[in-house]
Design a protein around this ligand. Structure first.
Ligand SMILES: *[C@@H]1O[C@H](CO)[C@@H](O)[C@H](O)[C@H]1NC(C)=O
Ligand SMILES: *[C@@H]1O[C@H](CO)[C@@H](O)[C@H](O)[C@H]1NC(C)=O
Ligand SMILES: *[C@@H]1O[C@H](CO)[C@@H](O)[C@H](O)[C@H]1NC(C)=O
Ligand SMILES: *[C@@H]1O[C@H](CO)[C@@H](O)[C@H](O)[C@H]1NC(C)=O
Ligand SMILES: *[C@@H]1O[C@H](CO)[C@@H](O)[C@H](O)[C@H]1NC(C)=O
Length: 296
């Protein structure tokens, strides 16, 4: 056993040095959704509703859906689409804490060899580029009166180094919903400034590449749709409120902030809220992290 895993880790080391890829969450066709239930492979699946399995909320779609064509090999797809869903059972109960009734959460967290902390240290140093592609799930539309945080890097202080948001930002008291820009992606920096926004159009893959300079604390956003190479859409902007030297877990998935808070618990949106009956979903593909300077 020990020998085999040594061989595998040397092999993956060689691959990552030659390709510049530090973390790869692109799911090969050989992978089965059962791996989600055991949290093996590139995804830690602990953040989900407590009473259902991980593969109830997330699955690999095999040949039934096409991933972003951006990373096709010789014109053919080489990865499966990941479907992620939330419904009214998606109440996460963190270890030792009370249930988070104000959220619905299904998130995949980047890990390598069963360790998300180790991959954070590897992919959050120097300048690294976080790639991910997102498409609407036509059968499980979002409710744009809600706020969705669909990709983010979360250090242990609960802040986000950057985040992608859809829907209406949570307001308390509730203002007019849905918000004007609810149907657009918003790329937020650590201080929650909107650095880039673009409409979430159905039927197309939206490709993002976010370069994070972990030493100088800056962000640069690149974006494209479908098979077009991503191009830089923002200047490199400071992200100075990130604590120096911090690293955090790379989450993608569908936590939803429910704005329907009770009066008594208005301030405590994490733990209080109602869960409506709908099921909402998104498709992901092209998730990986590489070294800066090689993004496109
Ligand atoms: C999960 O099951 C427990 C025990 O039956 C129950 O108390 C809890 O309400 C359930 N959670 C959800 C979100 O349905
Ligand atoms: C995971 O990685 C971290 C950081 O490299 C290390 O401190 C920790 O011991 C590892 N955990 C396990 C279970 O191997
Ligand atoms: C969308 O969310 C709002 C606010 O929670 C709710 O009033 C409305 O019924 C929801 N719409 C659907 C179609 O579920
Ligand atoms: C980081 O900041 C230093 C000091 O301001 C500067 O000299 C260097 O060029 C910056 N590096 C990058 C990659 O922007
Ligand atoms: C969840 O939604 C279904 C309808 O999709 C409904 O029958 C059920 O009562 C809801 N459960 C909770 C706990 O709200």
């Amino acid at each position: 056993m020990g020998r085999i895993s040594n061989f595998l880790s040397i092999f993956s080391y060689v691959v990552s040095v030659t390709s510049g890829t530090i973390y790869d969450g692109r799911v090969p066709y050989s992978a089965s959704s059962a791996a989600l239930d055991t949290s093996t492979g590139p995804f830690l699946t602990a953040v989900k509703g407590q009473n259902e399995s991980a593969s109830y909320y997330s699955e690999f779609l095999g040949h039934s859906a096409l991933p972003t064509s951006l990373w096709n090999e010789r014109g053919r797809p080489s990865e499966q689409v990941i479907s992620i869903k939330i419904d009214n059972t998606s109440v996460f109960v963190p270890g030792g804490g009370p249930p988070q009734y104000g959220f619905r959460r299904t998130e995949l967290i980047a890990q390598k060899n069963g360790n998300s902390t180790a991959v954070d240290e590897e992919m959050e140093i120097g300048t690294t580029v976080f790639h991910f592609s997102i498409k609407a799930d036509p059968e499980r539309p979002l409710n744009y009166s809600h706020e969705y945080q669909i990709v983010f890097i979360e250090p242990s202080d609960g802040t986000h180094v950057f985040g992608i948001q859809l829907g209406s930002p949570f307001t308390n008291p509730t203002s007019q919903l849905p918000a004007k820009n609810a149907h657009s992606f918003k790329v937020l920096d650590h201080a929650l400034n909107v650095r880039f926004t673009t409409p979430f159009v159905p039927l197309v893959w939206h490709n993002f590449a976010i370069a994070v300079d972990w030493q100088n604390r800056t962000l640069t956003v690149s974006y494209s749709i479908e098979g077009f190479p991503t191009r830089v859409v923002t200047p490199t902007v400071g992200n100075p409120t990130v604590t120096a030297g911090t690293v955090g877990d790379f989450h993608f998935g569908l936590p939803l902030v429910n704005p329907q808070d009770s009066t008594v618990d208005q301030g405590d949106v994490v733990h209080h809220g109602i869960q409506e009956g709908t099921t909402e979903g998104l498709f992901y593909s092209g998730v990986f992290v590489d070294k800066g300077g090689q993004s496109s």
